[in-house]
Design a protein around this ligand. Structure first.
Ligand code: FAD
Length: 395
């Protein structure tokens, strides 16, 4: 098995590294490159992030893997992977939902009209999206969702509630799964809609997470969605949602963020002194770092397997679950390990005097719990693997 990159891919990677070094001189760099943020939750929420994404678009780096007829370069997914890895290493927003999830689903299943209205604006970073799947009684068991879409003249009327709709407070469009046929078996009566987030029937309320980030509850009161904003076929939404969740699991979770954490851990161990000697002199510290480095290599290999499969045009479903499980656990393991080994100053938050590594790990400790829940929790990934990959019975 050969996971090495071609000359062209290596040239592209070097170009991205050089470009990001230039971007670090930009007046917006302090906002765009957020060293203290868990990079995969670094959203394009501020004008500076959006401007950065537009500059990436101008270089032709958004939608590289899309077919040429939709404005892409028909490049293998490897180029997007290389770009996202470098972005996450740098703590910048990733090429996210629009390109990786929504765009790809519209290309595969959307009408010509949806393609014409959305794909260009996604590729030029003009519009942002929020994903509206989860509800108070539908998280892991997503097919139980109840948000009701009733047939009306020329379209659908949506009533009900979503929760954990990250980005809904600043995005332009809402990718919503709703129940169109309550009499069908629960996986069959679901349809995907594109909802304009400026619709007056929507109320978006803040939900604060334990890592201080914002997600949202969203209430629908007679929200009208025209027929032309239905994605794919009515009542077939579950298939598209599952496919999009597979894209999500391998577009959002990167090894780059883990690599930059690893570098931080090593420089903390080299630069911190305890009882008159460098921390790195302690055998326990060196042993722990070696173990984390081994885990990191496993994560890298799993990621490359996914990219290899995706490059061959397949949806890497089982691999995506393994990768999500491994990467998010390793984020958590690194944060736990640092809190254990920094001593009392490890639990001081950013801004508090004496906080270890400027409070990086205190925040990471809280944020990395969340990573094991969003996009399908660790338990659900294990269920998927035992059923799909191992053929074990379901309960
Ligand atoms: C910060 C954050 C951002 C999010 N952003 C979005 C978003 O943008 N859009 C969106 O639609 N959703 C989003 N989510 C929702 C996320 O996908 C759900 O939280 C997740 O699917 C779990 O659902 P739940 O919270 O309802 O927990 P539950 O499904 O109630 O699960 C509770 C616990 O039980 C376990 N569990 C559940 N079922 C099983 C089972 N069958 N076997 C074993 N264990 C099980 C779970 O692993 C979990 O530990 C976000 C969540 C968070 C925390």
């Amino acid at each position: 098995m050969d996971f090495s990159f071609s000359d062209d891919e290596q040239r592209f990677d070097a170009e991205v590294v050089e470009y990001l070094a230039q971007e670090r001189q930009h007046p917006d760099a302090d906002v765009v490159f957020a060293a203290h943020h868990e990079s995969h939750s670094q959203l394009a929420s501020k004008p500076q992030h959006k401007a950065f994404m537009r500059r990436l678009a101008q270089r032709g780096w958004l939608g590289m893997s899309w077919p040429r007829e939709y404005g892409g370069d028909a490049h293998e997914g490897l180029y997007e992977y290389l770009l996202n890895e470098r972005l996450s290493q740098a703590g910048a927003p990733l090429v996210g939902k629009g390109i990786g999830i929504i765009g790809k689903t519209i290309i595969r299943h959307g009408s010509d009209d949806l393609r014409a209205r959305f794909l260009h604006r996604i590729r030029t970073a003009e519009i942002d999206f929020a994903l509206g799947y989860s509800e108070p009684d539908a998280g892991s068991d997503l097919a139980s969702l109840k948000l009701r879409a009733k047939r009306v003249d020329g379209g659908w009327e949506l009533n009900g509630q979503k929760r954990f709709s990250t980005s809904a407070h600043f995005a332009d469009w809402y990718w919503v799964a709703a129940r169109t046929n309550p009499d069908a078996p629960k996986h069959k009566g679901i349809t995907l809609f594109l909802v304009d987030l400026s619709d007056p029937g929507l109320t978006v309320l803040e939900q604060k997470t334990m890592s201080d980030d914002r997600t949202n509850e969203v209430f629908f009161d007679a929200v009208f969605v025209p027929d032309e904003n239905v994605v794919g076929e009515v009542d077939k939404g579950w298939t598209y949602v599952c496919e999009a969740l597979d894209y999500e699991r391998y577009t959002i979770y990167t090894v780059g963020a883990l690599e930059s954490k690893m570098n931080r851990i090593i420089s903390w161990a080299k630069s911190t002194r305890r009882s008159g000697r460098p921390v790195v002199d302690e055998p326990e510290i060196r042993s722990g770092i070696a173990e984390l480095a081994t885990d990191l290599e496993v994560a890298r290999m799993l990621t490359l397997r996914i990219i290899d499969k995706a490059a061959r045009g397949e949806v890497p479903s089982n691999e995506a679950s393994m990768c999500k499980l491994t990467l998010t656990r390793l984020h958590q393991k690194m944060a736990n390990w640092m809190l254990d080994h920094c001593g009392p100053v490890g639990v001081l938050a950013s801004g508090e005097p004496g906080a270890a590594d400027e409070g990086r790990w205190e925040h990471s400790y809280r944020a990395t719990v969340i990573e094991t829940i969003g996009g399908g929790s660790s338990e659900i990934q294990k269920n998927i693997l035992s059923r799909r990959a191992l053929g074990l019975p379901t309960l």
